[in-house]
Structure formats: structure tokens, C-alpha cells
Design a protein around this ligand. Structure first.
Ligand code: SPV
Ligand code: MG
Length: 292
């Protein structure tokens, strides 16, 4: 299994380097089934989101979910399909040492890459509350990036450095300076996260970014920008981080309401996938069992 998944990092790295005008499209995959469906739908990779995994575990996204839980989820999700998986490793779970351990374990487990952000411990989700939040000092975080870059077991393991400078309202100059420093420290890609709905920051980031290190975006706040539009701006990868869990919650709530309405499950039966389709998916899992 490990040997096959080492290939996932190489495939994803190759895809980043050789992509044409469209950015690679990654999608949040919160369990092996969803990852399998995303692969079937033609996505380039999966994203193991800290927000989605925290929510799935009944926790807020505040560094409460530990690395061991993320690693276990990452391994089972990566084993279920050939979809390369990037793990959202938050701030590396505290110190440089905890971040190094995370990257060493992930890169030795067939995971394709990890994203590490400069939020101080404990982080909180970027969409939670407005304004100031604590970040690590740029030099301190650059050292963390250099440390984890050197700790990779698989040299193809893709390292995304993420700055929360725009979320923390430090300004564009600081965000660009931080990302530049993190790229110099050894990140393969950089993500300057923004939640401005008019996409003005995302547009400005791409306009000001002159380094050859490819840019990643999480377009949650600006869904009106198509993948093609993001590519035209200069982005190499777009991560649709939480749409599938939001769709899941939406579907589950509709189903719950329908059954509770007193009509039993008859109405619902017409709107959900038939049993045969679910069995086909689950039988596919069994027969496509992967061996190294
Ligand atoms: C996540 O999916 O957990 C992310 C992206 O880090 S965001 O929720 O926008 O912070
Ligand atoms: Mg996260």
C-alpha cells in the first residue's frame, strides 16, 4: 500500500508542474467513500480539511483535533482510492518538532502532501470571527517550513506553506513578504488565504506574485470565480475545501425532515440514490482492494 501511495505524491507533483491553463482542482474529502466519489468525478486530488474533520468528530476547528486522528483518517482515505491526498496539517500542531513529526509520518504513509499555516497555536478557523488573530513571526515560521521540508521521507511529498496574513488583516505587503519568505525556505507551493467575497484580495495576490513558486487558492468566499478564471489570474491549484461536507449536511437534514414528517421514507425514496447504486459503490470497494 505504501509503495503505491508514494506514487500519489509523484503524480500530484508532476500534475502541478505540467498543468495547462486550468488549475488543479482538489476537493475536501472527509471519508474514504467521498474520496472514491471525487476520484470518479475526475478531481485531481483530495483535501483532508481540518474544518471538515473537526466537524465530523463533533469538534470546533481550533487545534482540538489531534495529529493522530488526522493521520488515521488520512491513511484510510488515501488507501481507498488513487486520488492524491493533501492533508491540512494546521500549524503543524504546535512546535517545529510536532510539525516535523507530522510531515515525517504523513510523507511515509503514502500521503501526497501537506499544508502548514502560520497561525499561532491554537489556531482557529479562518472564517470564524473578524479581525486580528495571532500569527507566528515570519522568520520563526520560515524555520518551521525549512525543518519540515527537510523531514520528508518521500522527496515528492508536496509542501504547501499557507499564510493567514490577509485573514489577520496584516495587509497585502506583509502577506506577500511572508509567502515569499516561506517559498525561499522550501515550500513547493504557497497559499495566501483570503475570505473577501469580492475576490479583490485573491486577484491582487495573483497580480503581485512574481516568484516561480506556484500559487494555491481556497475560493470558498468567491465561488463566482470559475476554475478557468482562477487559472487566468495565475493560480495553479484550487481547493474546494468544505463544499462536500456542506452538501452532506444539507442532504442529511432533508432526509431527516422527510422521514420525521410522518410520511415514512416513501417520499424520500424518490429523491435519494437507489439501494442498488449504493451496493455497487460498496462492492466496488471490496473488489478494487489495493495491494502494493
Ligand atoms: C480547512 O478546510 O480546514 C481550511 C480552509 O483550512 S478554511 O476552512 O477556509 O480555513
Ligand atoms: Mg483548516
Amino acid at each position: 500500500m505504501t509503495a503505491l501511495k508514494v506514487g500519489a505524491a509523484a503524480r500530484l507533483r508532476h500534475a502541478v508542474m505540467t498543468r495547462s491553463e486550468l488549475p488543479l482542482a482538489l476537493v475536501g474529502v472527509h471519508n474514504p467513500l467521498v474520496s472514491r466519489l471525487a476520484e470518479r468525478a475526475g478531481f485531481d486530488g483530495g483535501w483532508l480539511s481540518s474544518l471538515e474533520m473537526s466537524a465530523v468528530h463533533g469538534l470546533p476547528d481550533r487545534n482540538l483535533l489531534g495529529f493522530a486522528e488526522m493521520l488515521a483518517a488520512a491513511r484510510s482515505i488515501a488507501a481507498a482510492s488513487d486520488l492524491p491526498l493533501i492533508v491540512d496539517a494546521d500549524n503543524g500542531y504546535g512546535t517545529n518538532e510536532t510539525a516535523v513529526r507530522a510531515v515525517r509520518e504523513l510523507s511515509g504513509s503514502g500521503i501526497a502532501g501537506a499544508c502548514i499555516e502560520d497561525s499561532a497555536f491554537p489556531k482557529r478557523n479562518s472564517f470564524l470571527g473578524a479581525g486580528a488573530r495571532d500569527l507566528e513571526e515570519p522568520e520563526e515560521f520560515a524555520e518551521k517550513i525549512a525543518d519540515v521540508a527537510g523531514a520528508r521521507v518521500d522527496p515528492d511529498f508536496l509542501l504547501i506553506a499557507r499564510t493567514e496574513a490577509l485573514i489577520a488583516q496584516e495587509g497585502m505587503d506583509s502577506a506577500i513578504a511572508r509567502a515569499t519568505r516561506y517559498a525561499e525556505a522550501g515550500a513547493d507551493m504557497v497559499l495566501l488565504h483570503t475570505r473577501l467575497k469580492d475576490a479583490s484580495e485573491a486577484i491582487e495576490v495573483a497580480r503581485q506574485w512574481t516568484s516561480p513558486t506556484p500559487l494555491v487558492t481556497v475560493p470558498t468566499a468567491f465561488p463566482h470565480l470559475s476554475l478557468r478564471a482562477l487559472g487566468r489570474l495565475g493560480y495553479s491549484m484550487a481547493i474546494y475545501a468544505n463544499q462536500l461536507l456542506r452538501a452532506t449536511v444539507w442532504g442529511v437534514e432533508q432526509a431527516l425532515a422527510s422521514i420525521r414528517s410522518g410520511e415514512g421514507a416513501e417520499q424520500l425514496e424518490r429523491r435519494i440514490i437507489p439501494m442498488g447504486a449504493l451496493l455497487e459503490i460498496s462492492e466496488g470497494f471490496r473488489t478494487a482492494e489495493r495491494q502494493p
